[in-house]
Design a protein around this ligand. Structure first.
Ligand code: PRP
Ligand code: URA
Length: 209
């Protein structure tokens, strides 16, 4: 079974608190998505393998460390994942980026796929899927299904807020994928929204409602 790693960090609690307020502006909300994504990325990359490299400092030669193997690939789920990807690119500027387009059918709550474009060597890379919200888990499960059908196996999932229902569904469908969560909220409401949550992440990032 995969791990659900809940950040429980003061900076993340503080920033999510601002994001939850309905009075928070579109610009402030968008900036906070990027900032919280950077903080979660710090934890989600903790176990990446390192290799020794020889470097020359101004004083001497020494053995330093670098991340082993091919660089990472960030895969935002459109639309709301895009600003999380921007945050992670601030920390890992050489990462490649793939995109998966999914939206939830408002009646069935099931995901509908409309776009998928990945780097050709994605199967050789550690993949970090990013989406602010893990609600029913349908979108996350579908995104990972898509990647696995293309032979991709080293997958991590990062979100700002999860519902227990979505985390359980994702763990059951993909027990090999660790889930990094800014905060685990209480539950879903009858429309599949996370409570207390922060509303519709895409609409709040882009000001579309
Ligand atoms: C939101 C969110 C996730 C999905 C989560 O996207 O960004 O992708 O819902 O819900 P689930 O876990 O129940 O699948 P939405 O479908 O609203 O699309 P958008 O990002 O284009 O607004
Ligand atoms: N998608 C969102 O953006 N917010 C939720 O609470 C649930 C799904």
């Amino acid at each position: 079974m995969s791990d659900v790693i809940i950040m429980d960090h003061p900076l993340i609690h503080h920033k999510l608190g601002i994001m939850r307020r309905k009075s928070t502006s579109t610009k402030e909300f968008r900036d906070l998505v990027t900032e919280v994504a950077m903080l979660i990325c710090y934890e989600a990359t903790r176990s990446l393998p390192l290799a020794d490299i020889e470097v020359e400092t101004p004083l001497t030669k020494t053995i330093a460390k670098e991340i082993e193997g091919k660089k990472l690939c960030i895969v935002p789920i459109l639309r709301a994942g895009l600003h999380m990807a921007d945050g992670i690119l601030n920390l890992i500027p050489n990462a490649k980026v793939g995109h998966i387009g999914l939206y939830r059918n408002e009646e069935t709550l099931e995901p509908v796929e409309y776009f998928c474009k990945l780097p050709s060597d994605a199967a050789d890379r550690e993949i970090f899927i990013v989406d602010p919200m893990l609600a029913t888990g349908g979108s996350a499960v579908a995104a990972i299904d898509l990647l696995k059908k293309r032979g991709i196996s080293k997958i991590h999932f990062l979100c700002l807020i999860a519902a227990p229902e979505g985390a359980k569904r994702l763990q059951a469908a993909h027990p090999d994928v660790n889930i990094y969560v800014g905060n685990m909220d209480e539950r879903l409401d009858e429309n599949g929204y996370i409570l207390p949550g922060l509303g519709d992440a895409g609409d709040r990032i882009y000001g579309t409602k």
